[in-house]
Design a protein around this ligand. Structure first.
Ligand SMILES: [Zn+2]
Length: 221
């Protein structure tokens, strides 16, 4: 049976303002990913884990043109910059779940270090040979009545993105969504759209935070 993995509109805490319910969600900061600080005993010094480098590669891009293609290219740039920051590494290694543990929910039995390594290794389940690359097969579709931001499944490379949300997103929001969906491509899942401390959601939120900082910085330079 084909199992579809949906990112529901609750993921739109990253700044979506096109309906009252989402505007409300954007004021809910409870999903902000928590991190152990260097003052805490659980803190893992990032210097103890090897830093890796990831490259973003657009493989097959369907349905994007003009401004939407430009936005996607900006999102690729900011995504690549974000995952290669020290901050990304430190926040993944020191991610604190809702139980206060240094672990992701739905982590397939892997520690934060192992999840950082697997993420940066870039071996998608369906493309295990492309080490060091985030490979994207994207399709933009338009379903204006749907609350689904994007969807994918374990048996396909393709990530489907709903124009309804994409059109209002900043590149940093797109980068956060791509990070969420791509984490599925590595075989990580979440039990529901409210499992905010699962690897796909938490990594998506971390990327979104960092991407926003990078985005606003580059505007002022
Ligand atoms: Zn998901």
């Amino acid at each position: 049976m084909k199992k579809w993995v949906f990112s529901m509109a609750v993921f739109a805490t990253l700044g979506l303002h096109d309906s009252p319910s989402q505007l409300m969600l954007s004021h809910d900061h409870s999903h902000a990913p928590a991190t152990f600080s260097s003052q805490e005993s659980q803190y893992l010094d990032p210097a103890l884990v090897e830093t890796r480098v990831l490259q973003v590669q657009g493989m097959k891009i369907e349905g994007f043109s003009g401004a939407s293609l430009q936005k996607l290219q900006s999102a690729f740039r900011v995504l690549e910059a974000a995952v290669n920051t020290e901050e990304f590494k430190e926040r993944v290694l020191n991610f604190k779940n809702s139980k206060g543990e240094r672990a992701f929910a739905s982590n397939k039995g892997l520690t934060n270090e192992e999840i950082y390594e697997q993420f940066m290794e870039g071996r998608e389940t369906l493309q295990p040979e492309t080490v060091g690359e985030m490979n994207f097969f994207l399709r933009l579709y338009n379903r204006p009545w749907s609350r689904v931001i994007g969807y994918t499944s374990a048996t396909t490379n393709t990530i489907n993105i709903n124009w309804r949300y994409f059109r209002n997103y900043a590149p940093a929001d797109v980068a956060a969504n791509l990070a969420h969906e791509w984490t599925h491509k590595l075989g990580f899942d979440h039990r529901s759209a409210s499992e905010h401390d699962s690897a796909p959601y938490a990594i998506g939120y971390i990327v979104g935070d960092i991407a926003k900082k990078i985005g606003s910085k580059s505007l002022h330079e």
